[in-house]
Design a protein around this ligand. Sequence first.
Ligand code: AP5
Ligand code: MG
Length: 214
Amino acid sequence: MNIILLGPPGAGKGTQSAGLVERHGMRQLSTGDMLRAAVKAETPVGLEAKAVMDRGELVSDAIVSALIDDNLAAMDAQTGAIFDGYPRTAAQADDLDRILARHGRSLDHVIELEVDVDALVERITGRFSCANCGALYHDTANPPAKPGVCDTCGSTEFKRRPDDNEETVRTRMEEYRAKTAPILPGYEARGIVTRVDGMASIDDVAGAIDAILA
Ligand code: AP5
Ligand code: MG
């Protein structure tokens, strides 16, 4: 099973990917997470990507498609892939078709998380994650069960993303509207798009996604 989770910043792609990994043993391929790891490690890709990400603009198609290709190459053929935050442009969508074919895979579902744009800034500015294991939280919608302690690994260190400020979020949303949303009709023509109400609770969104994959 190979699926794309599509939706604007804060739609819940990372949150739902984590659930799918846990429930179905799939693998999350988040280009945002890969790029943040490259920035942290100060690799050539990270050095090139950092300023672009801080502005909320899109990193080059060649860089992100190469990251996806390399990660798929290292994956067991039986393990399902969740594409989180990729593809984000028409060129990346074309790249993905070629990359999947090369690895003997094909796309099963494109799941669009439909969200109310007004709620996204609140979601993103309230987001934080465990500095040790990366588990995602939200100040009000999804706090750790015990305040200040990660549910998953028990760490007490948390962090916030540098691009999670209101101004950068607006640029990220505009990039989504202008460059990413236009790739949907191509997938619709292939009959593989399903829309899910991304404003429902995290558990209800997960249930709706599981119903699509069943
Ligand atoms: P990326 O990391 O992909 O960021 P994004 O697309 O802006 O999406 P987010 O990670 O912000 O949101 P999400 O949908 O994962 O939401 P989450 O589950 O965390 O990309 C970052 C940057 O990297 C880009 O701007 C670009 O520069 C670059 N980049 C990455 N991929 C690229 C590509 N392919 N091409 C070019 N450049 C690329 O949820 C958000 C918050 O809401 C959390 O706090 C969560 O707890 C909460 N929440 C989630 N679901 C719910 C719910 N149902 N109800 C209430 N709260 C919820
Ligand atoms: Mg994410």
